[in-house]
Ligand binder design. Sequence first.
Ligand code: SIN
Length: 572
Amino acid sequence: MENPTPVMDPKRHSSWDTDILIIGSGAAGLRAALAASERADVTLITKTTLTESNTHYAQGGIAVAMNLDDTIALHIKDTCAAGVGLCDVHAVEMMVSEGIPRVAELLDWGANFDWEGALPRFTQEAAHSRRRIVHKGDATGRETTDVLIQRVLNTERIKVLQSAFAIDLLTANDAAGREETLACYGASAVVDEALVYIQARATILATGGLGRIYPCTSNPKVATGDGFAAAWRAGCEMVDMEFVQFHPTTLYLDGAPNFLISEAVRGEGGELINIRGERFMWKYHEKGELAPRDVVSRSIQSEMELTGFPCVYLDITHKPAEFIRERFPTISDTTKRYGLDISVDLIPVRPGAHFMMGGIRTNTDTETNLKGLYACGEVACTGVHGANRLASNSLLECLVFGARAGTNAAIFAESESPDYPPDIPVVDNALTSVETDLTFVEAVKAATREVLWEHVSIERNGEGLRQTLAKLQDLTVSLESLQAASVERTVETTDAVGQMPSVSPVLLQTTDVELIEAVNMLNVALMITQSALVRTESRGAHYRADFPTQNDTDWSRRVLLTQDKTPEVIAL
Ligand code: SIN
């Protein structure tokens, strides 16, 4: 069968080709680009600017077993203990051992981390049995991305496109004709307000997190869960989506934006006190302020309820002012802008959404269930974090699995025939210009955040989760009228051997970024709520008030979601 002729308005639609399409510019996407470019041409697209990522704002550091008293085995043990029985041990071993050369290479490339004599200055963070966090003051993420970005920009085979918001993955049945295998051939994106199809031999999703679906978060504005939602709509398997980590200490100050107060502040001796001036963490855990994050977050929540006060305080004032200034320059400067001097003032804090442990199910080669689609970093779930991530393991994960994704995607691209990917002719129904009601879209986003905070945050229960599902379904229906002009469109795809084209619906074909974000937020909220409802126990970051204990007999398992199927419970 002949390919249908694309009918496109070139002003609105264009179609580009690349070997490897990478979506996202945090540590995972950047590291993947560097690895892939050793074998292939790479196009890296990012939603706003190269520096807007969770990585860039990461304060704490990178956990790595390089200290003299540390071992790979100890790091694995701490990671698995934090993950409360749900970690994939093989993936953890890989992350921890390959993490050492990945960090060493970053140092070689010029990362200017803090040093003490001949070794990096390792700091302590919660639930680590050793001081093993390499860092650059409290701006480790910025240092890491600066080094990686510089290298990416200096690499000829990498083309970078900023303000390029990926909407949906381009999918079709496998070109080799294996009926049931769905394959990914790139993505649609909004670039300069136009809809663009970027066709790729292999695609890597490295879009980061979703903290912004909650009202209180450490994440930057871009973190609206776009990659999770696009993957889900495309047919990816999603796992562990009930496990959202709430960081215990985000700044709670009138007029101040969402801002993280690093765990390293507690690692360096910071104490948590309630409004009555009582130091409370010892009441809840033998490790006090250095208990696992989920425990500290729940303890703070409990103190806020007990005292009827909307925050607690972090006190680092017993440390010398000079030390504080040198060790935490970003926190010192930011809080100062809002009238706080943390060397003399208490820091008002409360928990905020920080990190998604779950995501697109991948193996340790970063392959997803879609042929040609790879995922790495926060959007992916290899199982390294289990039910709760150990502090500063996320940048390590990005470096290790980013590099693996880049290499594997490039090898895959090389192995396919020269005329791969098949043409993906686009049947364009011409964009109907929908005058999006922005106030309405913003109201949907706000309502999504509100209901998640109320029922699907630090503490959950069956009734609240069911109410949330109903509310999210209502909100989804209410957005449908805005999407209506877009959703009916289809992309027809045909395979290379001339079989009948399979038709995969492009779910979103609007160029309205706010509207796409709202849909993505609702999709992600739905996945988290559905998974949280299925897991009838408490473990790690998932706490069910109606099932408050851990149930290893029934729940040493994972919840798997695929769009349009009921959630499945699968073996580890
Ligand atoms: C922090 O600095 O507290 C965040 C580090 C992390 O999330 O691993």
